[in-house]
Design a protein around this ligand. Structure first.
Ligand code: UT7
Length: 319
């Protein structure tokens, strides 16, 4: 039986850091409010010349290097992003060209903050079906470009960044279980309503969110989908060594960990330094915990995403 395993991780954060105190200079907020309600202290912001594919290139090169392969070895590239460089071609095609990969399949996935979990799950299916052997999966966002900097309910929450993994066919299990969900009836609680039509942007081009409703749905969805993958893999929550949920709000992360009976010493949380980087948040956190040695071979890692759509999903790994 063919399994799918992550063999390399990489990430990239743009140089510019915007702290809560920086934000408080131009929007009515405070470091105290943001830190208490969200756990966020700072976020990175892409330079004017940096597009999502540029952030992705750095993260992807690091993941390829860690896996010990070259871009030419890839037979699949999937990019999860809500902030593509262009309407088309896909950011995955732009990334393929920038990496100098061959003529492998390349496409984008749009599931907002659950995008990386959707993309990784797709790569797993391609590999297990024997349709790909070496896939690159990237979450990359220049999300701050979707922000209305006068809306304190949203502009303090998000940041830019990219994370990537190489997934390869393997005889030993890596991805043990995956589950994806969506409920399109919740579109209005978290969206950018605008679109490009007839030569102009029609509708509101900024992120709009009913934060309280999103918070409640997120906590419930994360708990349910964790139970599903644990049950699929025949494991108890106590078997989880590292929990890496989407990094949106430390209170959501704490609540999800509590429901699983896990202490915060088993949670990878970088929301304080990155804010919510949407599709990039999970691979950014994963790469950090792999590189600093927290995640070790044989350990169980639970990845969980939740976001606009509404979408949510989980992937359980043995490292
Ligand atoms: O990937 C999924 C993406 N989104 C999320 O995960 C977000 C989920 N939701 C949340 O994280 C939280 O709901 C927020 C952080 C967005 C809001 O926190 P909250 O504790 O639910 O606050 P609230 O919306 O109930 O607002 C409380 C007060 C309000 O003032 P009044 O009406 O009580 O006078 C807001 O106007 O806080 C005010 N407020 C702020 N004050 C200072 C809202 N934003 C700010 C701000 N600074 N940035």
């Amino acid at each position: 039986m063919i399994h799918a395993r992550i063999t390399g991780t990489g990430s990239y954060l743009p140089e510019k850091i915007l702290t809560n105190d920086d934000l408080a200079k131009f929007v009515e907020t405070s470091d105290e409010w943001i830190a208490t309600r969200t756990g966020i202290r700072a976020r990175h912001v892409a330079a004017d010349h940096e597009k999502s594919s540029d952030l992705a290139v750095h993260a992807a090169r690091r993941a390829l290097e860690a896996a010990g392969i070259t871009a030419q070895d890839l037979d699949l590239i999937i990019v999860a992003t809500t902030t593509p460089d262009m309407t088309f071609p896909s950011t995955a095609c732009l990334l393929q060209a920038k990496l100098g990969a061959g003529e492998c399949a390349a496409f984008d996935v749009q599931a907002v903050c659950t995008g990386f979990v959707y993309a990784l799950s797709m790569a797993e299916l391609y590999i297990r079906a024997g349709k790909a052997k070496r896939a690159l999966v990237v979450g990359t966002e220049t999300f701050t470009r979707l922000l209305d900097w006068t809306d304190r309910g949203t502009c303090v929450l998000f940041g830019d960044g990219a994370g990537a993994v190489v997934v390869e066919a393997s005889e030993t299990p890596g991805i043990l279980a995956s589950r994806l969900h969506a409920d399109g009836s919740h579109t209005g609680i978290l969206c950018v309503p605008g679109a490009v039509e007839n030569g102009k942007v029609t509708g509101d081009p900024f992120v709009r969110m009913d934060g309280n409703t999103v918070f409640k749905i997120a906590v419930k969805a994360l708990a349910e989908v964790a139970d599903e993958v644990l049950s699929d893999a025949g494991l108890e929550a106590s078997a989880i060594d590292w929990f890496i949920p989407h990094q949106a709000n430390i209170r959501i992360i704490e609540s999800a960990a509590r429901k699983l009976g896990l202490g915060m010493d088993r949670v990878v949380a970088c929301v304080a330094r990155h804010g919510n980087t949407s599709a990039a948040s999970i691979p950014l956190a994963l790469d950090e915990a792999v590189r600093d040695g927290r995640i070790r071979p044989g350990q169980h890692v639970l990845l969980e995403g939740v976001g606009g759509g509404f979408t949510w999903g989980a992937i359980l790994l043995r490292w």
